[in-house]
Design a protein around this ligand. Sequence first.
Ligand code: SF4
Length: 474
Amino acid sequence: MNKHEKHESGCKKHGVNLSSKHLPHSSADMIPKCFIKTFGCQMNEYDSELVKGLFEEEGYACTQDINEADVILFNGCSVREHAEARVWGQVGVLKKSAAHSRQSIDRKTKPIIGIIGCIAQNHQDKIFKKLPHVDLVCGTGNLYDLPKMVREIQKTGKKMLAVNGKQRPHAIGSAGTRKGRLKAFVTIVEGCDNYCSYCIVPYVRARQISRLPQDILEEIKSLVENGTKEITLLGQNVNSYGVDLNAHGLSFVKLLSEASKINGLERIRFMTSHPKDTVKELFELMAENKKICPHLHLPFQSGSERILKKMNRKYTISQYIKVVDLYKRIVAGGSLTTDVIVGFPGEEEKDFKDTFNLMKEVAFDSAFVFKYCPRPPAVSSLLADDVNIETKKERNQLLLSLQKKISLNKNRFYLEREAEVLVEGHDKMKKKLRGRTRANKIAVFEGQDKLIGKKVKVKIKDVTESTLIAGLGK
Ligand code: SF4
């Protein structure tokens, strides 16, 4: 599982301003505008980038102001109930303004409201019943159809549904729309064949399809030529990259190695890794290749053999520990993060203790802890959701407090040490610069804005469980 639902991004960072004053752009402003808000993981972020590119090619400008948009799109994750609820809530608030626009403004100039991505794929035409003011629903395999769908709606005024497409949102040609981005995601593999019993990704994103290596490398080259310094290769299971391409000698390790040779690229990351497919050669490459950042996101999901089996994760605890030990031994100074689920059907106190103990033993740098929630049509949704919500909350809290202590301890290792930071911008208070170390730790420090976009050496003066507080090094 990816770190689903951790990202909420839109043109407005702090949520859209969904006031009843919503009106499309004035007739004086002739350039049509498109607003996209994303709720979900990095894969959703990447798809939104592609969609922005498609609309830009159509002559649209991307706007950060929903109130001036002609096309309003919500790209949502469907893996977790919470992300979906936020999409329903935000689109629901638009109802009043959509009705107002319909009555008072010509159909051609009213904003078109659409729901796209995994959430559209999962709920399909039911969305029109739930939210009658939505004009279009477009699934993950139909994203390329979006501009055509919008044109059709503007012409006919009819709602449009597209969820049966097989086109993958491979962002060929979209690199140009991401000009000047310091960091960029590049999808290498879509979908997933693993069918973990709790997960709907294989249903909404379908079976695994790897992109051709030449397309991936071309996209990275184009991004780098346009100013990108750091790339993150994305996939639900990057380590199984290429198995569906039937090409001799092709593997994730080979692709990563080729990508790292691209001139001008300074850093390369990847996620997510599945423990059953993560191999020693990957760690050896990470250890010897300084462009590849020493960070591994390796979800373990449960420390109980019994629950792991019910989750259909296809590895045992001892196999997981073996991979972790290998990583720690080979990739010196590497960081390790994970995902874990509490309250899976049938999880008893002793199963939870196994999870707690595994977290303690491995000592991850950070962990995303999720409370189990059934997600039809995933197989586990047929099982009784028999761990009550209070127990789920309690177990969630216990893991979070344990992780907090471990993270703080891990970060203390960096005290008085130097680290290389790629400066991304400012901290939340806009008082300091903020960036990430090669091991993916957030560092903040005082410095001039001219350092943004550069790699600098810092010395760590203090730490919290989430941040390294640093000063500029010599
Ligand atoms: S099926 Fe398993 S491996 Fe695939 S995306 Fe879902 S959780 Fe990750």
